[in-house]
Design a protein around this ligand. Sequence first.
Ligand code: AMP
Length: 426
Amino acid sequence: MKSFADLGLAEPILRAVAAEGYTTPTPIQSAVIPVMMSGKDVLGIAQTGTGKTAAFVLPLLQRLVAVKQAGSTLMPKSCQALILAPTRELAAQILESIRGYGKFLHLSTALVVGGARAGPQIRALMPGGDILVATPGRLNDHLQSKHVRLDQTQAVVLDEADQMMDLGFMPQIRDLLARLPRQRQTLLFSATMPREIRGLADQFLNQPQEISVAPTAKPIERIEQSLVIVDAGKKPETLVALLADDAIDQAIVFVRTKHGADRVQQIVKQAGHYTVAIHADKTQGQRDRALAMFREGKIKILVATDIAARGIDVDGVSHIFNYDLPNIPEAYVHRIGRTARAGRSGHAISLCDRSEIGLALQIERLTGARLLPDAVRSARPPTRRPAGKSFGAKRAANDRVIPGGAKPASRRPTGSRGFSGGKRAA
Ligand code: AMP
């Protein structure tokens, strides 16, 4: 197996990787890093937990080292590399990774996300910088008002493209990509590969190398999954009873709607647990604080909607509870992927009422897991799924999932909002 040094990364990057405690590259890192370093475009099919962030950040840093050595100058309001992510939480986490892996490189980085004040972002964008991490909506606003330009940007990464699409960011992404120079490197990562994402790749990537390390719709095998059939009205007491289990270190309870999340938070609180809910109606500050406390272990139970919990990478999450089943079966895979991080095992327990049996069958079809009692399954033939079939769904049930090979790493949320840290290329 290759080491990070074998991959040809520069010494300050190797030092930072060693400081993170990584000894060997994960499969996606071994696959992506050489291709990216050769300058080719990459279409990566991978879920979080596989080490995909480092897979694109490390070669990106390597590229920036070379740019600096070549003495290239930066234009004001410009950036050398752009990373687009669906949510502000994921964007902040990517920035945190860049700061970790790039800590010996003196790069300037910036974060541009919705829900934060525009003024400080505009000031931070003004001088230009090395890496900009952004959510598409807010970046597009800054482009429209000419506070940022992308015509000098040499590399762009679209992370969790399927999620950006689900959030309705496709028009902004197309607009942003059209403003980048034709001569550039483009990387697109997505957990699933629906037709629209494939189309985006066809249009904006140049003969990409396709890299898929895991049948991404199939949950990691370290997660023990179970499903409880329960009357809708009995869900509150069932959840409370399940939460009393001493084996729970930390748990995320998923709820489909914002209202529902608030209600479930009250139920959990009344049962005597310290808990918070995160969803789209909470302010950025509230979400950041809640996540920071959860990460530090001060909150044991987090109640979340699908979108708010995207990309949450907290090693201590031992249990996922699905208070209700998601409408989209892929969301189930994303939900339960919040546990079994960093090489640990995890539990995913779903509450399913009669009205959700159809959803459970779709999840079974997508993941190959058998969740429902046999008697229930045979009483209901599975319904066909609409378009947007995932990659993993096509794969054989015995396909192996390569786990991320993660280490117990703690990640702090970042409060920083601008190009900062280190000297800029003069
Ligand atoms: P990601 O898939 O990028 O969200 O990464 C999942 C976790 O794996 C993070 O906690 C990383 O710090 C960790 N990680 C990434 N690469 C490695 C590696 N080569 N060895 C050990 N842990 C890693």
